[in-house]
Ligand binder design. Structure first.
Ligand code: DSN
Length: 379
């Protein structure tokens, strides 16, 4: 390996092992997932789908992709899956390509309120090429379903997007379904943050309610970096598959698909249910400490791995808080809060997640200690 690369890799390895990792979208993949991500499948071109490839020599890529599809369908209880998206954003883009025309109206969660770039943010293709409208959260950080319903009735969007990057509570998928049905919209659920908790049975699944579900594979699901698309309606299969290839992607990353298959198998084990339950218990234990010391946590707590700390009344902005925590070896990210008085780059909150440190085997006692350190630093 090139010496410069080796040196950077060694530094990152030291950083990851010496710091407390609380970025809500990160995790530590298993050695098997890591090994497959760097495996010989990286050498193989396999444009197309199992049994219908544009290249010869695809018998093993067919086997691994079929295994990934079958396992993820069983894991989440759905009929069909595409495991080729390079990322969650690519998965969402393909769903747009499959079901919308440029200019069609979409209604998704506002980026500043906890939504995702690819749910219609102006700076993203989803907001630039489609007529994008957004819903937010109330002053306490909760989704207001009555308001979302009113907005949907007024706008009549072609697609409603549910799912978030920074929402700690259970999202009411059934309510979103009701709203979508009332206005004749398609419902896309992006469960990227919650998919590991859903696989582990501690967060409600959107599969019975959504027309299409997308996810990343590397957050709470603890796989390689990548995306997936899941659905139940056979009529969508051709549209979705051709929106990924040739619509928005070329050759699939077969080494990552191999690692995804491993991740889905790991998440099917009973151990993974215990892991997912511990992730949520650890986040709730941290909230207890923050509440005890008078630190405001949006919505007052969490149903997931995510905690949103509101620092709008603190002397520290979100950026300053995240930098101060980094200085003592705790990695989090700054985050906006409802009606944030500070700028987008400064923010008045931090987002904390428990998925990665729970993978290290820590329980509530350790998480309470970490929360105490965070309190000390912010005080
Ligand atoms: N960037 C991810 C997150 O931090 O939540 C979402 O894709």
């Amino acid at each position: 390996m090139d010496n410069r690369i080796l040196e950077i890799l060694a530094k990152e390895s030291a950083r990851q092992s010496e710091t407390v990792e609380l970025i809500a979208s990160e995790n530590f993949a298993s050695e098997a997932v890591m090994e497959l991500s760097g495996s010989i499948f990286t050498n193989k071109y396999a444009e197309g789908y199992p049994g219908r490839r544009y290249y010869n020599g695809c018998e093993n890529t067919d086997s691994i992709e079929t295994l990934a599809i079958d396992t993820v369908c069983e894991l989440f209880g759905c009929n069909y899956a595409n495991v080729q998206p390079h990322s969650g954003a690519n998965a969402n883009l393909a769903v747009f390509k499959a079901f919308l025309n440029p200019g069609d109206k979409v209604l998704g969660m506002d980026l500043a309120s906890g939504g995702h770039l690819s749910h219609g943010a102006e700076v993203n293709v989803s907001g630039a090429w489609f007529s994008s409208y957004t819903y937010g959260v109330d002053a306490n950080g909760y989704l207001d379903y009555d308001e979302i319903r009113e907005e949907a009735i007024e706008l009549e969007p072609k697609m409603i997007i549910a799912g978030a990057s920074a929402y700690p509570r259970q999202i009411d998928w059934a309510k979103f379904r009701e709203i979508a049905d009332e206005v004749g919209a398609m419902l896309l659920v992006d469960m990227a943050h919650y998919s590991g908790l859903i696989a582990g049975g501690v967060y409600d699944s959107p599969i019975p309610y959504a027309d299409v579900v997308t996810s990343t594979t590397h957050k709470t699901l603890r796989g390689p970096r990548g995306g997936i698309i899941l659905w139940n309606n056979k009529d969508y299969t051709r549209k979705i598959n051709s929106a990924i290839f040739p619509g928005t992607q070329g050759g699939p990353l077969m080494h990552i698909i191999a690692a995804k298959a491993q991740c889905f198998i790991e998440a099917s084990n009973l151990d993974f249910n215990n892991y997912a339950a511990q992730v949520v218990k650890n986040a709730q234990a941290m909230c207890d400490v923050f509440n005890k010391y008078g630190f405001k946590v949006l919505t007052g707590g969490t149903d997931s791995h995510i905690i949103l700390m509101d620092l709008s009344e603190s002397k520290y902005s979100g950026r300053e808080a995240a930098d101060r925590l980094e200085a003592v070896g705790i990695t989090v990210n700054k985050n906006g809060v409802p009606d944030d008085p500070r700028s987008f780059m400064e923010t008045s909150g931090i987002r904390i997640g428990t998925a990665a440190e729970t993978t290290r085997g820590y329980d509530e006692a350790r998480f309470k200690e970490i929360a105490q350190v965070i309190v000390d630093v912010l005080q």
